[in-house]
Design a protein. Structure first.
Length: 318
């Protein structure tokens, strides 16, 4: 097995010496030249603000595999952001997974988030493994570990994955991935700090060694009630009732929701979650950006990570 001395996600978090909570960001590969330019503008902005690493999502069914590799490789070459490349098992044989890993290695990408992934076309549909592929994310972790040369992260689900029969089963699935060779986990987006804290407690209680590995929370400010409902629908989860009530009140009773009020509340709630998590000692904060700067910039300003002037620049750039 080949090992690597390349910098890892955990190295970058540990090396953060700003005195503020380390943070990272997530992007998705742009589909057009215009969208790609916006992605690079966002990446450069977060780079200036000191993001520790940047993850790049990977489309279901391998639909944007080549684009993801290209964009992640460019990030590695042209920015100081440490890339964390997503890799899913959906519709891929073991040989194809090895090909993607080789492409990562050829482009000096050494941090991978190993995911089973969602069925293409319908994230809530029936999961079917590739005939020559893997059934579980823990098997994908084993492939990456045995190949060597990579630092591995996995997904964790604060309220449990909807395919898991019980919360306890979901906890064990997460631990299996960590035991298989992952050094950290990144959570699915959630909307109450207690959901993350309960997950952390479950993992540690079930396995002190593996369950104590860094658990990085993913945060995304809600920008509209419609998008929030769509997001939880696609993930098979649901909005907490208390959160939904606050959003409904902000949206108003008119025929169209008050998007600005919902957006303002979404940023406020994201900031509340972040402040609670920081107080509870999380290792870092991970923001799902949707390739946009301004919503995350508002949260970063509230946390004292960027200045009012930097927030204003981000606003004018949108």
């Amino acid at each position: 097995m080949v090992t690597t001395s390349a910098s890892s996600v955990l190295d970058r978090i540990e090396e953060s010496t700003t005195g503020r909570i380390p943070f990272s960001v997530e992007f998705f590969p742009a589909r057009t030249d215009e969208a790609l330019e916006k992605l690079w503008a966002s990446a450069k902005t977060f780079e200036r603000w000191g993001a520790c690493f940047a993850s790049m999502t990977y489309g279901a069914g391998g639909s944007n595999r080549d684009r993801m590799v290209d964009v992640t490789a460019r990030m590695q070459r042209e920015t100081s952001l440490l890339p964390l490349a997503h890799l899913t098992a959906v519709n891929h044989s073991r040989a194809e997974l090895e090909q993607v890993l080789q492409a990562f290695a050829d482009n000096d990408i050494h941090n991978v988030l190993a995911l089973r992934g969602d069925p293409p076309g319908d994230p809530l549909g029936v999961w079917r493994k590739h005939p020559d592929g893997v059934e579980f994310a823990s098997e994908l972790v084993e492939i990456i570990r045995e190949r060597g040369g990579f630092h591995i992260g996995v997904a964790a689900f604060p309220s449990g994955h909807f395919r898991a029969p019980t919360l306890e089963a979901d906890t064990q699935f997460t631990l299996q991935k960590l035991r298989a060779g992952a050094s950290f986990a990144v959570t699915q987006i959630f909307f109450e700090a207690d959901a993350y804290l309960r997950l952390r407690d479950r993992l540690v209680a079930a396995d002190m060694e593996s369950g104590s590995r860094p658990l990085i929370p993913s945060i995304m400010p809600i920008m509209s009630l419609k998008s929030a409902h769509r997001m939880v629908q696609l993930s098979g989860s649901r909005l907490p009732r208390s959160v939904e009530q606050r959003l409904d009140k902000a949206a108003g009773s008119g025929p169209e929701e008050n998007v600005q009020a919902v957006s303002d509340l979404g940023i406020e709630m994201a900031l509340e979650i972040c402040e609670r998590l920081i107080a509870e000692g999380v290792p870092a904060l991970h923001f799902d950006t949707l390739n946009k700067v301004f919503p995350i910039a508002n949260v970063l300003r509230g946390l004292g990570i960027i200045s009012d002037a930097e927030l204003e620049v981000a606003k004018n750039a949108c």
